[in-house]
Design a protein around this ligand. Structure first.
Ligand code: SF4
Length: 176
């Protein structure tokens, strides 16, 4: 087993349906992505995990260039009634695995999740974050084209066309 595969196994054990080690060069960052946050998502401006608080696309592009590996993970087939519960589980999973990777000596480890932060019922952006050890920006908030990045790495991600259709969440932990 390769060194980083232990984190793939950990993610699968914790509930990810897919997990793999990827090259950060396959992560696509584009300026248009944040338009989808600003014009279409109720989280814009309301959470520290979201724009305008999250790292900009320019920052993200530069930051990705400082890493050589990432753990990409996915939870598929999430039914609408379980979205909040699964989103919280995925965010907790990312925080826990990021911490484990960090404690193993990969001190640059940093996670990015999916959607607005869910650790508080409402995010009071007039105050400091209540759980900075857990809260992480979402990939899309940082300008990552999650669809193209998933396709580049052989993960299936399709547009959810109706409110009662299942969806899929992805996260990325940059490692070294
Ligand atoms: S942990 Fe709470 S305060 Fe921090 S980003 Fe998440 S919702 Fe906001």
């Amino acid at each position: 087993m390769k060194k980083l595969d232990v984190y793939v196994a950990r993610a699968l054990k914790m509930g990810a349906t897919k997990a793999k080690i990827i090259d950060p060069a396959t992560v696509v960052v584009e300026n248009w992505v944040r338009l989808k946050c600003q014009y279409g998502c109720g989280g814009y401006g309301k959470y520290y995990s979201c724009p305008p608080y999250a790292p900009t696309p320019d920052y993200t592009r530069k930051m990705l260039g400082e890493y050589s590996k990432g753990l990409f993970l996915q939870i598929e087939n999430i039914q609408p009634h379980e979205e909040r519960k699964i989103a919280l589980r995925l965010k907790r999973m990312v925080a826990d695995i990021e911490r484990e990777i960090f404690l193993d000596g990969y001190y640059k480890a940093f996670g990015m999740t999916s959607g607005p932060c869910k650790f508080c019922r409402t995010c009071d952006t007039a105050e400091l974050c209540k759980f900075p050890e857990l809260a992480r920006p979402s990939m899309e908030a940082c300008g990552i084209d999650v669809y193209q990045t998933a396709h580049n790495n052989g993960l299936k991600l399709e547009i959810v066309k109706t409110e009662d259709s299942p969806c899929s969440y992805l996260s990325l932990i940059l490692i070294q």
